[in-house]
Design a protein around this ligand. Structure first.
Ligand SMILES: [Zn+2]
Length: 378
């Protein structure tokens, strides 16, 4: 990873580069800041820059053998320690080195923009908390006893150092205080107040700020290959967090999908277009159970909004432009005489999908009931 691959963070990059030029690389640094801002990416770019054999004044070359190995996370002088836990594969005594393959795939897939939840999801252990164990600390000590193989520096990255347990921390204290020559520890944390003071006091702290809004917007537009205006709102809502921006964008796409389908569904029900409803239900059958539930939930929200706007409470209704236009036209058909039944239809639908009902039959049945309910006069 090169510095130029990282979103924004110019001031931090400049400082890190300058420290190398001045020969003032602190041997134990703590990169801390909120999630989704590129802390690990910066650590990787820093390590690559330090070991690059042909760096430019501001970045690693990206093409020398050292850079290529660093970018693939296979450089023999690049080491990682991170929280782990027992999984289906590793049933006891988990430690970082047992998950090296998973870690590499995880980091490369996400271009080093990652957080703990995503790591746990990746390992399939959503409900467990990971730890950095004493075993991990022993492994660090073992590896640092060897000389740097190829690089100028041995780079040891400890990701989410909050998760270091006390025994592990005590094992590392001496190393952090007097590390072997040409060793760089980069500790990464989101909640510095949760780090043991003994560890914190032995590091040089580098606070990483949130990504600047303009930088985030540009990166989003490039990532989704769209205009700046299309991602500007999401960029504001994401508060400089790249991962949050991606999540918001995906949610917005999903909302559009549900809106489009719900609008079509209600139109077909209103026109009593039975043949087209059959096609519609076949399509919905193919979107998968989780999305079918989300679709009915979306319907519930729109019904609620239609009712609110009918009762002059439209200022409470939070809808996008297209949704609002549709809801206003649709609202008169949802009223005191049918709303409760509409709502319970959607709720029952969700329950039946959870009980593995045949979705195509369920949606057809629901559609016919909606057709009737839409005819009910207020
Ligand atoms: Zn290079």
């Amino acid at each position: 990873m090169k510095f130029s691959d990282i979103i924004g963070q110019k001031a931090v990059k400049d400082r890190l580069v300058q420290s190398v030029k001045d020969g003032r690389v602190s041997h134990a640094q703590l990169f801390w800041g909120p999630p989704g801002i590129g802390k690990l990416a910066l650590a990787l770019a820093y390590g690559q820059f330090l070991n690059c054999t042909a760096p430019t004044p501001t970045d690693s070359c990206g093409t020398c053998p050292s850079c290529i190995k660093s970018a693939r996370l296979t450089h023999p002088d690049l080491h990682f320690i991170y929280p782990t836990t027992t999984t289906k594969k590793i049933k006891k005594d988990p430690e970082s080195k047992l998950f090296a393959e998973e870690w590499r795939e995880f980091i490369l897939t996400h271009k080093a923009y990652v957080d703990l939840n995503r790591w746990y999801d990746f390992l399939g252990v959503e409900n467990k908390q990971g730890t950095i164990f004493a075993r991990d600390a022993s492994e660090i000590i073992r590896r640092l006893n060897f000389k740097a193989y190829e690089g100028k520096f041995k780079v040891m990255i400890i990701w989410m150092v909050e998760k270091l347990n006390i025994t592990a921390a005590n094992k590392l204290l001496k190393l952090l205080e007097e590390p072997p020559e040409n060793t760089l520890f980069i500790l990464i944390a989101e909640e510095p107040e949760q780090i043991l003071t003994t560890i914190k006091s032995r590091t040089y702290q580098v606070k990483i700020p949130r990504i600047d809004k303009d930088d985030l917007t540009k990166a989003l537009a490039a990532y989704y290959d769209c205009r700046i205006a299309e991602v500007s709102d999401i960029s504001s809502m994401a508060h400089g967090n790249w991962l949050e921006a991606l999540r918001l964008h995906d949610n917005a796409e999903e909302e559009k999908f549900h809106f489009h389908n719900f609008q079509q569904w209600m139109r077909l029900c209103f026109r009593k277009s039975v043949i087209e409803l059959i096609d519609f239900c076949a399509n919905i059958n193919g979107i998968g159970r989780e999305r079918q539930k989300a679709f009915l939930n979306y319907g519930l929200t729109l019904f609620r909004n239609a009712l609110l706007s009918n009762n002059g409470l439209s200022e409470l209704v939070r809808l996008t432009g297209d949704e609002y236009a549709f809801a206003s036209k649709f609202a008169p058909f949802v009223h005191h005489a049918n709303i409760l039944e509409m709502v319970s239809l959607m709720e029952e639908g969700i329950q039946q999908i959870e009980r593995n009902a045949n979705a195509q039959i369920l949606f057809m049945d629901t559609s016919l009931k909606v057709v009737k309910l839409l005819q009910v006069k207020p």
